[in-house]
Design a protein. Structure first.
Lengths: 713, 198
């Protein structure tokens, strides 16, 4: 007797061990259906306490439930509709699944030409059920649907409907935003998902939001969700995405979960991911917001862009070319005013097209994922060498060493000037003015460009165009109002002297560019100088013997070309290695400029955090070798005795951020203050909770001293 | 709820700071094997190393061993001079925990060929390598770089013959031996969750 008892026990034990902890049955929403109907099948899974099954994306471990249908001909099954799952701990291996009970819903469509008779619907359901351990389960279920003249709901229809209400809802047209944040790893990136407020928002205030991603072979959205407090959004969360292979996803799909009190609601979402951080339109209430960050409407920005363009005309790197333009006027004024107007428009066209090209480059670089900064083309040493050579040639031309159709051919008033020449000159003039203007960020321009760089491609194009219009405005005005030409001086011998005099600002520009090149080439920049001398010599040979000479013209041409070729090959390619210069390695420690100068430390977010933690005020100067405004600011308002004394008095830390080679960390920081480029000077107050004071682009000693005083309070 | 999520966030951040990365050096670790010996990853410098996150109670792991596929792979790779380390991170309170004695018996019964079976019940090595499932496989090149992190094969089923699937581990090892770059270096691991201590 005892033996049988033991046997029964063992059998029972075996049975319960292998028995599934999930009981599955198939329910239908209708007893009877007619051809063309779509009815709902509910695969009802009841799990024992403590056991769970998995969602379509199981998460860090587990396997999703699968349903394999065996249907009579004419009946087709759609995709499984999954009710909103739960997030199942622990944190290290988080999964998405169902406890207690879930009904997976599948739409079944009956064809219109279905033959009559009872329909036996079969399904093989496979799942993984886990508690402390995991057990795979599978079972076959079936249900019979009657074929009839009309649809008759079944007794289970109500239950199926209640489970349908647990399915995630659609979100057509909801204002979602998603963007990548800067990655710390090669294979993991933070992703921000945000929902902006909108009028048709159905549910109540959201306490917390979460996001359950769809499964993917290429990447995995990790389970942990970080809430970011954001006043201007319904919610803002950060998720980490790990990539296994392929490209980073361009859109994210899954289920958004909103918690309002005790209720959890699910919403199906598919959000495109942007590579750029969207600009916040109004001041956010987050602490550490800088104290100067006004909201700028578009028309104001465009106005600033236009005025900035106007001011660009006065920049030292542009002014000499203006003078050349005026010379051009003077000579044209004596010819038909209509032609002058046409040239004016062509000049404008040259400027606008150059700005459009710049806009396209900025958009392209941004699209390539790299932050763009105004003046960025100056970061390329190849570009600097080319520009230095070009400006040298312009200076030589102005000195009269050789002639070129640069629009400065004011003296060539001989009749028969092909309009083509004039047009080409006007066009090229416009392009040159644009190229030289770029690194000089004027005060108004700074704000406009800061706004533009974080915007969409179309707004970038608009802003650039308005800067171009500002730059070309004076010329257009003068060319369209022939009456004003009266006020221009009459041509004469003075013009030649003026032309030569304008060569000197050009030389000054060469020296400045040379200095910029020095930061890329170091001591080897000597070879660039030698190359320029060779070019100058070649220019003289060209001008003296080819242009002005009468015989041996071919020889002169050959000598010129040989000089240039040799100069290029030897100086640039061999000695300078101009296309791959070395980049100076950053040296640690103090960056004092002179014995009693300010004791600058290298800027980094950590250095700022350290100083704030120590309760010190901080002066931060973002500058670059090629930024003229920065150098002027430094000389007039920063490296002066009163500021040095004040810094010592308030025991402030001075941090310098060198943007010469466009380090990404500084681009991000500049973008945060809506600036596209340098200069940017910040003063962090002693009180670590107070936001930093953003100083204007053009500084005066008083501005700096007042800010430092304020910081010390 | 808020606390849990803050904790989750902190862990995510911590994970991201310390998480191992394919293409970088695999972090060194030290553990005790089921024979009581101290085993360090750096002991095997200069060899190709395969690390397996193990729990034979998990149906996915169990199927690999029940069909003999895993043992075949282990023997194959051992013949090629590959070091195979089993890391069992199941905590002591869990049903699936094996005492060193039980583990030694299982090692012999299942005819496992491995350089060492490390008892990682504290979960240190598991967390260091961000092991999520059993099985979760890692392949380390002879120079110490982690070249593969993910599933054992492309067939997440707890039944059937794994030999019919594409085995990412043997492919990666073959590519390493041939001096070729490892084509598939990361996949999503499948299996049951690792039963870490709470």
């Amino acid at each position: 007797m005892r033996r049988i008892g033991i046997l029964i026990c063992i059998c029972l034990a075996a049975l319960t061990a292998s028995a599934a902890h999930t009981h599955v049955r198939l329910l239908l929403s209708a007893d009877t259906a007619k051809p063309g109907d779509t009815i709902w099948a509910g695969v009802d899974m009841k799990m024992d306490a403590g056991w769970h099954t998995y969602w379509k994306n199981p998460g860090d471990s587990g396997i999703a439930t699968t349903i394999k249908w065996d249907l009579p001909p004419g009946v087709t099954a759609g995709e499984i509709q999954w009710p909103l799952p739960e997030k199942i701990p622990p944190a290290e291996v988080t999964t998405y699944g169902y406890e207690n009970e879930v009904m997976l819903l599948v739409p079944l469509t009956l064809a219109t030409n279905l033959s009559p008779g009872p329909l036996v619907l079969k399904a093989a359901v496979s799942w993984l059920e886990c508690e402390q351990q995991c057990v795979p389960g599978s079972t076959n279920v079936e249900a019979t649907l009657n074929f009839g003249g009309e649809t008759k709901p079944s007794a289970d229809a109500a239950m199926i409907e209640s489970w349908q209400s647990k399915l995630p809802k659609p979100t057509q047209g909801w204002p979602f935003r998603a963007w990548w944040e800067k990655a710390t790893n090669d294979d993991t990136r933070p992703l921000i998902i945000e929902l902006l407020p909108f009028s048709q928002k159905p549910s109540a205030k959201i306490d917390r939001a979460d996001f359950f991603p769809d499964a993917s072979d290429q990447f995995e959205v990790q389970a942990a969700t970080e809430s970011i407090p954001e006043v201007n959004a319904e919610f803002c969360i950060r998720k980490l995405v790990k990539k296994f292979s392929g490209d980073w996803p361009k859109e994210i799909s899954g289920v958004l979960v909103e918690e309002s009190g005790q209720t959890h609601s699910g919403f199906n979402v598919k959000i495109p991911i942007s590579n750029q951080v969207p600009i916040k339109q109004s001041v956010s209430s987050i602490t550490n917001q800088p104290s100067v960050l006004p909201a700028q409407p578009l028309w104001q920005m465009l106005l600033y862009a236009f005025i900035g363009g106007l001011i660009l005309n006065l920049m030292p790197c542009v002014l000499p070319v203006i003078a050349l333009k005026i010379l051009g006027f003077v000579s044209e004024a004596n010819s038909e005013p209509r032609r002058v107007r046409k040239l004016g428009l062509i000049y404008t066209l040259g400027v606008l097209l150059s700005f459009l090209a710049l806009a396209a480059v900025v958009i392209g670089v941004k699209a390539a994922g790299h932050h763009a900064g105004w003046g960025m083309q100056f970061g390329s040493p190849v570009f600097i060498v080319c520009l230095t050579t070009l400006v040298t040639l312009v200076a030589l031309n102005l000195f009269g060493i050789f002639e070129v159709t640069l629009g400065g051919r004011a003296l060539d008033t001989a009749g028969g000037l092909a309009s083509k020449h004039g047009a080409a000159g006007a066009f090229f003039n416009g392009v040159l003015a644009t190229i030289l203007a770029t690194p000089c960020t004027a005060p108004f321009l700074g704000a406009a460009l800061g706004f533009a760089f974080a915007q969409s491609a179309s707004i970038i194009v608009l802003i650039f165009l308005f800067v171009g219009l500002g730059l070309s405005a004076p010329y257009v005005l003068l060319s369209w109002n022939p009456a004003w030409l009266k006020f221009l001086p009459k041509p004469g011998a003075w013009m030649e002297k003026f032309k030569i005099a304008m060569g000197f600002p050009m030389l000054a520009t060469v020296v400045w560019l040379f200095n910029v090149a020095a930061s890329s080439y170091g001591k080897n920049v000597l070879w660039l100088g030698i190359f320029l001398v060779v070019v100058a010599f070649a220019a003289w040979i060209f001008g003296e013997f080819f242009q002005r000479g009468r015989k041996h013209k071919t020889v002169a041409a050959i000598v010129t070309l040989t000089l240039l070729a040799v100069g290029y090959a030897f100086a640039l390619e061999k000695q300078l290695d101009w296309r791959a210069p070395f980049v100076e390695t950053a040296s640690a420690g103090s960056l004092k400029e002179s014995a009693d100068g300010i004791d600058w430390q290298r800027w980094s977010p950590e250095a700022v955090a350290q100083a704030r933690a120590a309760g010190k005020s901080i002066l931060v100067d973002f500058t670059a070798d090629w930024c003229l405004t920065c150098q002027v600011n430094k000389g007039t308002s920063i490296e002066i005795s009163s500021v040095r004394a004040k810094l010592k008095e308030i025991n402030a830390v001075a941090l310098i951020g060198d943007y010469t080679h466009f380090p990404d960390a500084i681009t991000t920081e500049l973008n945060r203050y809506n600036r596209a480029g340098v200069p940017l000077v910040l003063v962090y107050p002693k009180n670590a909770n107070a936001p930093p004071i953003v100083l204007p682009e053009v500084l005066t000693p008083n501005i700096v001293l007042n800010a430092l005083n304020q910081a010390a309070q | 709820m808020k606390k849990t999520l803050t904790l989750l966030a902190a862990m995510a951040l911590a994970a991201s700071t310390f998480a191992i990365e394919v293409g970088k050096t695999a972090p060194d670790f030290s553990g005790t094997d089921i024979n009581g010996k101290t085993v360090k990853l750096s002991d095997y410098k200069g060899k190709i190393i395969v690390i397996e996150s193990y729990n034979s109670d998990c149906p996915f792991c169990h199927n690999q061993y029940a069909t003999g596929a895993m043992q075949e792979l282990q023997k194959d790779l051992a013949a090629k001079g590959v070091v195979w380390l089993i890391v069992d991170s199941v905590n002591t309170k869990n049903f699936s925990y094996r005492t060193p004695e039980q583990a030694r018996k299982e090692f012999a019964d299942e005819k496992i060929t491995a350089t060492a079976w490390i008892d990682d019940n504290s979960g240190t090595i598991g967390h260091l390598y961000d092991m999520k499932t059993t099985p979760h496989m890692f392949v380390i090149a002879a120079d110490g770089t982690l070249v593969y992190d993910g599933a054992i094969d492309n067939r997440p089923q707890p039944f059937g013959d794994p030999r019919t699937a594409k085995n990412y581990v043997s492919t990666a090892v073959d590519e390493l031996i041939a001096g070729k770059p490892v084509a598939v270096s990361q996949t999503k691991p499948y299996g049951c969750a690792v039963h870490y201590a709470n």
